[in-house]
Design a protein around this ligand. Structure first.
Ligand code: NAG
Ligand code: NAG
Ligand code: NAG
Ligand code: NAG
Length: 250
């Protein structure tokens, strides 16, 4: 009887330890998954409709830049990315991206990245204009963020305005939101810029041409006039000398 009791106790104890060790083994598992910095490329790839934006980020090296900033906790405030869909890029006028220099493409991509993490709710606390990663380089490249009716949020570059769609990532330090339009910077695509750009370059050319002929012309004019004046003087002297000779002869 006693032996049987110890036997049952041993089995119970073994079962208890087995259960404890199973629960101990399971416990750390959920904590192990969210380690390491977020990877913006992986998040966009998973989204499935951001191939153009992924390519642009890669070509402008903004993917590795943002990933290393996320890893170095370069900025304790985190980051927010507005990721235009492939449709958004397809809806641009043909040649829009190719009209930009490499430097401008960098600014275009950086203009979609905010050096601050915003949850959908915290967009309401954003104070406009909001600085982007492109701000303070070639220009302001700011965005205006406004909460609209029915808890929607709009973001505007001054050229394009779009409603912020679903979050591909909403965990600090990285928020990534899908947008249906490319946020074209006011600095490159402002109402004045496209109209003014050809006129400006024409003006620039004519001005350059004028400027080129201007100073050169005035320099050339200055020397011919002085040469002419010198010539006239020489002629005058010549005439006077001739007159003198003639006078002497007569
Ligand atoms: C981020 O994810 C992309 C796509 O999955 C991968 O190619 C790249 O190596 C990752 N980068 C880092 C720093 O893990
Ligand atoms: C993050 O930075 C650490 C230290 O510099 C480095 O060892 C690690 O590989 C980096 N991780 C990623 C995913 O880039
Ligand atoms: C943001 O809003 C201000 C005030 O309405 C306006 O002056 C500015 O041009 C806007 N900027 C952008 C980038 O939309
Ligand atoms: C928000 O943006 C959308 C898309 O451009 C536009 O149709 C809508 O009028 C905007 N809403 C407000 C309140 O500005």
């Amino acid at each position: 009887m006693a032996a049987r009791r110890t036997g049952i106790a041993a089995v119970a104890a073994a079962a208890f330890f087995a259960m404890v060790s199973v629960s101990l083994a399971q416990a750390p598992a959920p904590d192990a998954t969210p380690s390491g910095p977020p990877n913006v490329t992986a998040i966009l790839v998973k989204g499935g409709q951001y191939t153009t934006f992924i390519r642009l980020m890669k070509e402008t090296q903004q993917d590795t830049q943002l990933n290393s900033q996320l890893n170095n906790s370069f900025n304790g405030n985190g980051y927010t990315v507005f990721a235009p869909t492939d449709n958004a890029f397809n809806n641009l006028k043909p040649g829009t991206l190719n009209s930009l220099t490499q430097q401008q493409q960098v600014a275009l991509v950086q203009g979609h990245v905010l050096p601050q993490f915003y949850s959908m709710e915290s967009f309401q606390t954003a104070s406009n204009p909001v600085r982007t990663q492109a701000s303070g380089q070639d220009g302001p490249f700011t965005l205006n963020i406004t909460a609209t009716a029915n808890n929607q949020v709009n973001v505007s570059s001054g050229v394009s305005e779009v409603t912020v769609n679903n979050a591909l990532s909403d965990k600090k330090p990285l928020a990534v939101y899908s947008v249906d339009k490319v946020l074209l910077p006011l600095e490159f695509f402002g109402a004045k810029a496209p109209a003014a750009a050809p006129a400006a370059s024409k003006d620039g050319k004519t001005k350059k041409g004028e400027a080129a002929s201007g100073p050169a012309g005035s320099d050339d004019e200055a020397s011919p006039t002085s040469a002419a004046a010198g010539g006239a003087r020489a002629v005058a002297w010549g005439v006077a000398a001739m007159a003198a000779v003639l006078g002497y002869l007569l």
